[in-house]
Design a protein around this ligand. Sequence first.
Ligand SMILES: [Zn+2]
Ligand SMILES: [Zn+2]
Length: 200
Amino acid sequence: MAGESGPGCKVDRVSEKYGLTAVDDRLRERRERGDSLRDLERVYNERVLAAAMESAGVDLPGREAATLYRLLTGDEVGPGERVNARSRLRRAGVDPATLESDFVSYQTVRTHLNDCLGLSTDRETAFGVDVARDTALKLVSRTESVTRQLIDRLRGRGAVTVAAPSVTVSVRVACSECGDEYSFSRLLDRGGCSCQSGRE
Ligand SMILES: [Zn+2]
Ligand SMILES: [Zn+2]
């Protein structure tokens, strides 16, 4: 358990493990430019992913790291795509479970900014995009697990036959003005419908 008892948080331990020496400066700069904790979570984890692949001898340019990260963690990614993404890691010699356990949450990023870098994140403790996202995603995963249980009960009675069912709930939001539709997460990421840009 090297590093478990030393000073610093999970971010510090993971940075050290993957040799991310300049990452604190990047986090600080991005935070000062207005990136949200969710943005920083994603940016940080993409760097961890790129570093893991690099140490396995695979060069992963920024955009590819972003795509692969989304396939591994995105809530709108189907199970098949995720399996493929994890196989890609395995083929490179990177263990997906170890890598995923090294990914940090935005709460961990917040602790790191507050306690290790001395940056305040007070303005995000109130209700906002991160809280809204968390609340909705918890409901989604609850709905998925209840649905899975219901299917299992029906299978037990022979009322439904399906092999190893996987249940995915997606929340979509449509703009009544232009009819465009977004996943809930995507709408929050982009901050509004494309037809509304430039409006107050
Ligand atoms: Zn820290
Ligand atoms: Zn619209």
